[in-house]
Write a protein that binds this ligand. Structure first.
Ligand code: ATP
Ligand code: MG
Length: 396
């Protein structure tokens, strides 16, 4: 008996004409996600996608990896057997023994795609139902809400007996929506924002602003650890680490203290956009949520948005901290995020930041940085040129 994995597409089904290209991307993403565990064959037949483990690839590893691939509504393991009721029936009882033993009710769901198979679907259901009842007398049939659904599929290639489906990651296949560049900090919010945008089919690049010696190597490692978790869902992420110290010091030295955070954020956006464009990204992603901190009031967001001429996606903008934390736990970033290393945002935090900065005044205050003796444009160019790039791969 061979065991394979059956894939039920998610929102993909809605995409009409694009469906085929979406499926191709999904198939490629499945291949990539499972590759570290061994080879698999991904194939499509009669509007279903299948994954066959090859050369001893462990099916549990494959299922675990595929459960993190976006664009999949549900997946189930299935036994692949000869199209012969005398083989199918005993396999059902062996393959689903634990499920049948612990259930109270069941139903049989038969799908006959191979019209040459001698029994019609209702006949398969009747024969299999009777066979199961004879061997598990504690069971009764419930066609509406059974504890266990025994699915028997007769296809051109073989017969398939399904295990109970598990939920897929949902969303759209990564790569079907273009690329966005995430502004990643070591906090709780930006890894969650990254995951949410990957779920909508976006490939990710990332930019992190580091201010050594105010921020440590460990803060940088923390960002990489977070991205390795996110990459389990999004696939590889190109991380750009921007040396931001000189610019931050200039802002601290020459701009009004209560405006530091907003001005710093505007320069971050400015630099992130340069990097995003070079990397082929069409939008930035940030982990801001209205009202969470002083720099996340509508007035402050107005100031940061004004520094951008590409969209800034903020998927957690309307979420409570609790809701964000629950996703952070689910994607396993929470425990890393709460480690205490300094982020460049926190090193120069003013005691009394403006919660309602006025854009015109911020722009006025920034002008000092353009003076020849400071020359922020040259600093930006230098920071971009000295940006380190590293490809972050999924944690195994
Ligand atoms: P997070 O939990 O994501 O750190 P936060 O609530 O601490 O967010 P801020 O520190 O104000 O909020 O940052 C808001 C957003 O700005 C972050 O979600 C992130 O997208 C971006 N950001 C903050 N610091 C950095 C940094 N050092 N490098 C890159 N982006 C950053
Ligand atoms: Mg932060």
């Amino acid at each position: 008996m061979n065991e394979i994995i059956l894939i039920k597409n998610g929102e993909l089904a809605l995409k009409g004409l694009n469906r085929k290209s979406f499926e191709e991307v999904l198939a490629k993403n499945i291949q990539k996600a499972v590759a570290p565990y061994g080879p698999v064959k991904v194939w499509r037949a009669q509007s279903t996608m299948y994954v066959t483990p090859l050369d001893g690839t462990d099916i549990e590893d494959a299922v675990e990896a595929i459960a993190k691939v976006f664009g999949i509504a549900a997946l189930s393991r299935a036994a692949e057997v000869e199209k012969n009721m005398e083989v199918i029936l005993p396999t059902v009882c062996r393959y689903l023994h634990e499920e049948l033993e612990s259930a109270k009710t069941f139903k049989v769901n038969a799908k006959r795609a191979d019209k040459k198979f001698p029994l019609k679907s209702p006949d398969i259901c009747a024969v299999a139902g009777e066979y199961i009842l004879a061997r598990y007398p504690h069971l009764s049939v419930d066609v509406h809400e059974p504890d266990v659904t025994v699915t028997i599929e007769i296809r051109d290639t073989a017969a398939y007996i399904h295990k109970q489906p598990i939920r897929g990651a949902g969303g759209l296949p990564v790569g079907t929506g273009g690329r966005a560049c995430v502004m990643i900090s070591g906090g709780i919010d930006s890894p969650v924002a990254s995951w949410m945008m990957a779920k909508r089919g976006l490939e990710l690049s990332a930019v992190n602003f580091a201010s050594p010696p105010y921020t440590s190597k460990r803060a940088e490692d923390k960002v990489k650890d977070l991205l390795r978790k996110v990459a389990q869902w999004s696939g590889e992420i190109r991380l750009h680490i921007v040396p931001f110290t000189e610019i931050q010091e200039a802002i601290r030295d020459y701009c009004p203290e209560d405006m530091l955070t907003v001005i710093m954020r505007r320069y971050m956006i400015h630099i992130a956009q340069i990097i995003a464009r070079r990397d082929g990204a069409l939008a930035l992603v940030s982990g801001e949520s209205v009202g969470q901190v002083a720099s996340q009031t509508l007035r402050a967001l107005e100031c940061t948005d004004a520094a951008a001429d590409m969209p800034i996606l903020r998927p957690v903008i309307g979420m409570d901290k609790e809701e964000i934390v629950s996703i952070a736990r689910k994607i396993d970033t929470f425990d890393i995020s709460i480690l205490p290393f300094e982020d460049c945002c926190t090193v120069f935090t003013p005691k009394h930041p403006k919660t309602k900065p006025i854009l015109a005044k911020i722009i006025e205050a920034e002008k000092v940085l353009e003076r020849d003796e400071i020359n922020v444009a040259a600093m930006i160019e230098k920071a971009v040129n000295e940006t380190a790039v590293e490809v972050i791969r999924p944690e195994l």
